[in-house]
Design a binder for this molecule. Structure first.
Ligand code: ATP
Ligand code: MG
Length: 289
């Protein structure tokens, strides 16, 4: 029941690690945003969507309060803020982990090693949950940024911070000893979304899912001698079954199929071993199933 005039309001990060990937996802969904990063909000020109640019920390609250209908934000922020919102979809970017780190060379066996220690973090709620779960008492010192310098200036014995490559920890003489949460960007929504907004969200979700599926899959073309066709076809999962076309050269065929990223290398090796040649791997832009 799409109604003219009514738009879905989406909150994304104004600038920072999630901004570019959030904008890219909308673009891949075929949604054009009249660009204005310096503005508070912007409108899609070809989809009933209004985009708000906000600090990531504020997004769960805005969605709970229905200032925005939906938001793209890191799981870490959603679980730290404990707001009443629904988690609708994992978006596949902004991957990181929330980890405990201690100065290099310091021993750490498990959570009990933190007993009586002082932990600096921007995620006091998640760290307290972790300590409680392990029956460990420790002091949490909340700081909003540059957490990794806390041990070096004598502010804390350990930190809990977001890590992706670990290079920031390394440069600050810290070692990652335990990961307490794996995180990626997710789509959250207001719990009392109206039917018109829900219908627009369903359209958006359909597009997001098509983009995500395509990212995880590759289109594979290869040449196979006809006497090896059965074996090669049996290795290919495909959406239905592979397409097999005769080549100009007698006794050879071209085989086309779709492979998912996680089984890709394994299957490619077995295809080569089975006699496949001239294997081409092509990215897929969208996949509508
Ligand atoms: P804002 O100004 O919007 O509050 P911020 O400084 O809090 O921005 P960023 O550093 O831009 O936040 O990180 C935004 C999100 O990106 C994080 O909450 C997390 O979900 C994700 N992220 C992915 N990898 C990392 C990483 N290595 N370090 C920090 N955050 C990461
Ligand atoms: Mg923030």
């Amino acid at each position: 029941p799409e109604r003219p005039g009514i738009k879905l309001k989406l909150a994304i990060q104004k600038s920072g690690r999630l901004h570019d990937d959030s904008m890219r996802l909308l673009k891949e969904c075929g949604i054009d945003i009249s660009n204005g990063v310096n503005k508070l909000k912007s409108e899609a020109t070809n989809f009933p969507l209004e985009v708000f640019f906000l600090r990531d920390d504020d997004i769960p609250q805005y969605v709970e309060d229905a200032v925005a209908d939906i938001g793209f934000v890191g799981e870490n922020v959603v679980y730290e803020k404990k707001k009443k919102v629904d988690v609708t979809e994992q978006l596949g970017f902004g991957k990181c982990r929330l980890s405990i780190a201690v100065p290099k060379g310091e021993s750490y066996t498990d959570a009990t090693s933190l007993r009586g220690k002082r932990i600096a973090t921007s995620y006091p709620v998640l760290v307290q949950d972790f300590l409680d779960k392990n029956n460990v008492q420790a002091e949490i010192h909340e700081i909003s940024g540059s957490v990794e310098i806390a041990p070096g200036i004598g502010l804390a014995n350990a930190i809990c911070d977001l890590v992706s490559s670990g290079s920031t920890l390394f440069m600050n003489g810290l070692q990652e000893v335990e990961s307490i949460l794996k995180s990626q960007a997710i789509l959250i929504k207001n719990q009392d979304l109206g039917p018109v907004q829900q219908a627009i969200l369903d359209k958006l979700l359909f597009r997001i899912q098509s983009v995500k599926k395509a990212k995880n899959t590759k289109y594979v073309l290869l040449n196979a001698p006809n006497d090896k066709l059965d074996e090669i076809i049996s290795l290919l999962p495909g959406m239905k079954s592979p397409t097999v076309l005769p080549l100009a050269e007698q006794g050879w065929s071209s085989v086309h199929s779709v492979l998912s990223e996680n089984e890709f290398w394994d299957i490619i090796e077995r295809l080569k071993a089975a006699g496949a040649q001239g294997i081409l791997v092509v990215p897929i832009e969208k996949m509508i199933l």
